[in-house]
Design a protein around this ligand. Structure first.
Ligand code: PMP
Length: 310
């Protein structure tokens, strides 16, 4: 099983696993209105469709132990989206997006869900200057179940290089995901679950949609790289484990006791192999998976500030 199987019509780049949603009955928020997914329409001359001129987020909500639901680290996701919007000079109202997210979850009666906000440039021309184009915002949610720890991932070092941050800021800009799509396709064609990017100097960057960690002699290290997305799950796990964040060469990663990858959709996923290198059971990763699962479901009150109740 891959981290990134596709879902008909709505297929988040980084991957919801799990249920196929009944798309026709889903509600989404589009430019200020809650409407059915089916009735939302955009013109074929939409700028973002041609050039990837948009920015998105991948966010999770979870059913919580108190019987309700909460979005995990919603403000952090929306702040990152604001940075992506700013790269295009687009306006992004974090408060509006937060309200839209809660509205769409309530409209769909979703608790365990994957949330996809997207801001994009619409119509007004197909030249590359986006300043005068229409801007749009939508927020969709898909029902989603956690599969934490169910499948250990088989990674392969990608023949593709990651987008350099000097060429494309490591934010969730739509067009930048073509790089991930190509790498992912190539790894899947060779029978792997996921592609891992390594740079020209042999340093690990990240996977197509996850950040990378290693465990050696009980110490946790978070792979740091200027070309990698500053992951919110990564920051969460650094805080939980006290991991050292630093550059890691591929040789060091292959020599680790445990490797795991993390992301909003992947959560904490144990790595079974990187190409021919197999990793045995991963006790510390398993512990961390359980800890993370408890926190996102509101079992630990000291992390309650990370939850936005729906
Ligand atoms: N790297 C990339 C390229 C991603 O798309 C993602 C998923 N957003 C991640 C890392 C993990 O980031 P986060 O934990 O914020 O979801």
């Amino acid at each position: 099983m891959s981290l990134n199987p596709e879902i008909p019509d709505l297929a988040p780049a980084e991957a919801p696993r799990g249920e196929t949603a009944a798309i026709e009955t889903l509600q989404l928020w589009f430019d200020g209105e809650v409407m059915s997914h089916e009735s939302a329409r955009v013109p074929l001359t939409t700028h973002a469709l041609h050039y990837g001129s948009g920015v998105f987020e991948g966010i999770r909500s979870y059913a919580t132990v108190d019987g309700g639901a909460a979005v995990f680290r919603l403000p952090e996701h929306l702040q990152r989206m604001r940075l992506g919007a700013a790269a295009f000079g687009a306006d992004f109202d974090v408060v509006l997006a937060q309200e839209a997210t809660l509205q769409v979850l309530r409209a769909n009666h979703h608790r365990d869900a994957y949330i996809r906000p997207l801001l994009w440039f619409g119509t007004g021309g197909l030249a590359l200057d986006v300043g005068s184009l229409t801007q749009h915002l939508m927020v969709a949610s898909l029902p989603w179940k956690s599969h934490l720890g169910e499948h250990r991932q088989r990674l392969s070092v990608s023949p593709f290089r990651r987008n350099r941050s000097a060429a494309l800021p490591p934010l969730k800009l739509c067009g930048g995901y073509v790089n991930s799509i190509l790498a992912k396709r190539e790894a899947s064609a060779r029978g792997f679950d996921e592609a891992m990017f390594v740079d020209d100097d042999g340093f690990v960057v990240e996977c197509s949609a996850e950040n990378v960690f290693l465990v050696k002699a009980g110490r946790v290290t978070a792979v740091e790289h200027a070309d990698a997305l500053p992951g919110i799950t990564r920051a969460t796990l650094v805080e939980l484990t006290g991991a050292q964040s630093r550059p890691v060469a591929l040789d060091e990663l292959l020599d680790a006791d445990e490797v795991f990858v993390c992301g909003t959709s992947a959560e904490v996923a144990s790595v079974a192999a990187i190409d021919g290198r197999e990793f045995a059971a991963a006790p510390l990763t398993r512990e961390l998976q359980a800890h993370y699962a408890g926190i996102v479901r509101g079992r630990e009150s000291r992390f309650s500030s990370w939850l936005t109740h729906v």
